[in-house]
Design a protein around this ligand. Structure first.
Ligand code: ADP
Ligand code: MG
Length: 447
């Protein structure tokens, strides 16, 4: 009665009184994680209650049940063991491509990176669950795989899967009447990593199954890491209790990378692919490709193809050098073929207005509050400068309710100047662009 029900269900229900004498009261717990948690969080409550019930001041001690998890091996980043750990892994991580070493850290992803490392270092203890969210192509799947990879090499049993795979397996289990096996399998894992949990939204039964598995694993100190394209609050979960579970650990986001980080990532990937580019070239590309890191990789792949084609002598040799000409050409092609050209100006008005919580009428109107003015300038910037829609300042001015072309040039220029200085503004613009280019997501509660 003294504790919230979930706390009781999770931390007290699976424990058992072992023995007591006139000094000690011994409690058996399922894993070492329990001891840590119970001692740190509710030791006082437990002791007070025991004392009251037993009528004497007793020392409460905890003891791990003998069949508890075996201690894991060790893992050193620079000295990866060649052996394969004994643990069976139902879903092996794609460790060759994605690991911590291949993740470039910058201000935009530092928090998520640190949290992921901490999870591996003290699995089940540091942040549980860890919830990572960001827009597309910013490194969630990469980090999740890196966690899986590191856990795997430490000898933990890891289940890594996408939310879709989870759902499919669950549906399959129901169909085949093997839901007990399904749950049993998850119970064997030290860590459960699920990618893109936004797709849980709206799926009633799957949420229910997930909730139970989550509770079972979390309750016995297993690590859970989830990624999503939006924070837990916006998941559109039918189950409030599921959301509050997600929020019970640590929630971190990954921001869009700034110019320096984009350059560092580009540099890293280029070296990895044995392509040579000087800093000016790196900067030129990183300035043009702002949207996400996947896009940056796409450009790099094209650059390689072009360069090899232009310098056939370098075929088969160790690497190739990217020239400025090739880079310009690839970037121009990219701009020319980009679907952005077909972007409907109305959609931009709509998304900007939505982002700043205005109506389109307000955006086009006469209002001069700070918010409206900023939203208007962002619109000018998107239409005139950023999206390469080749809309003249005059046309933009007309679209924006009959404004002068010099106003448009001034407004767009102001945003251009500030966007690399002001991270909030940059994030705003990127969020709006993401909204403009993305099809509406299933179960999107913002609609
Ligand atoms: P998300 O899951 O968030 O959509 P991904 O993890 O799939 O994004 O990342 C897209 C691509 O960008 C991947 O190939 C990934 O390796 C790369 N990437 C993302 N962030 C970084 C980073 N910080 N350092 C190196 N590569 C990165
Ligand atoms: Mg992903």
């Amino acid at each position: 009665m003294q504790l919230p029900r979930p706390t009781f269900e999770t931390w007290l229900k699976p424990t058992e009184g072992l023995s007591s004498d006139d000094r000690n009261f011994v409690v058996e717990v399922p894993s070492p994680f329990y001891i840590e948690w119970l001692e740190r969080r509710i030791y006082q409550t437990i002791q007070r209650t025991v004392e009251k019930l037993m009528g004497a001041p007793l020392e409460v001690t905890f003891q791990v049940r003998p069949d508890a998890l075996a201690p894991p091996g060790t893992y050193d980043d620079d000295d990866r063991p060649e052996r394969l750990p004994g643990a069976a892994i139902p879903h092996a991580p794609q460790s060759a491509r994605y690991n911590f070493k291949k993740f470039v850290v910058g201000p935009s992803n530092q928090l998520a990176y640190n949290a992921s490392r901490a999870v591996v270092d003290s699995i089940g203890l540091a942040y549980n669950p860890l919830f990572i969210y960001s827009g597309v192509g910013l490194g969630k799947t990469h980090l999740l795989n890196a966690i899986a990879d590191a856990c795997f090499w430490k000898g933990y049993t890891v289940i890594y899967l996408t939310c879709e795979q989870f759902t499919n397996e669950f549906i399959g289990a129901i169909r085949n009447g093997t839901t007990e096996d399904f749950r049993q399998r998850y119970r064997q894992a030290h860590a459960l990593l699920i990618d893109d949990v936004q797709f849980l939204g709206g799926k009633d039964q799957t949420q229910e199954a997930f909730f139970h598995i989550f509770n079972e694993l979390h309750g016995s100190g297993r690590q859970i890491v989830l990624t999503s394209d939006r924070p837990p609050k916006s998941l559109g979960l039918l189950e409030d209790r599921l959301r509050s579970r997600f929020e019970g650990g640590l929630t971190v986001d990954i921001q869009a990378p700034d110019l320096e980080t984009r350059m560092a990532i580009l540099d890293f990937k280029a070296r990895d692919m044995e392509i040579f580019m000087d800093d000016r070239l790196l900067e030129m590309i990183a300035k043009r490709v702002q949207h996400n890191i996947r896009e940056l990789e796409g450009v790099l792949t094209r650059l390689v193809a072009y360069s090899r084609w232009q310098q056939p002598q370098s075929l088969g040799s160790a690497g190739s050098t990217v020239t400025r000409e090739v880079a310009s050409r690839v970037l121009d092609d990219l701009a020319a073929n980009s679907p952005r050209h077909q972007t409907d100006p109305q959609r931009i008005l709509l998304e900007v207005a939505r982002h700043y919580r205005l109506t389109v009428a307000e955006l086009l109107g006469k209002g001069r509050t700070k918010k409206v003015a900023l939203a208007r300038q962002v619109t000018m910037y998107l239409l005139h400068t950023d999206l390469e829609m080749a809309m003249s300042a005059t046309d933009v001015g007309r679209l924006l309710g009959g404004r002068d072309h010099s106003t448009v040039i001034h407004g767009a220029g102001k945003i251009s100047a500030e966007i690399n200085e002001d991270p909030h503004l940059r994030q705003d613009v990127l969020t709006i662009k993401e909204a403009i280019f993305s099809a509406p997501l299933p179960n999107d509660i913002t609609r």
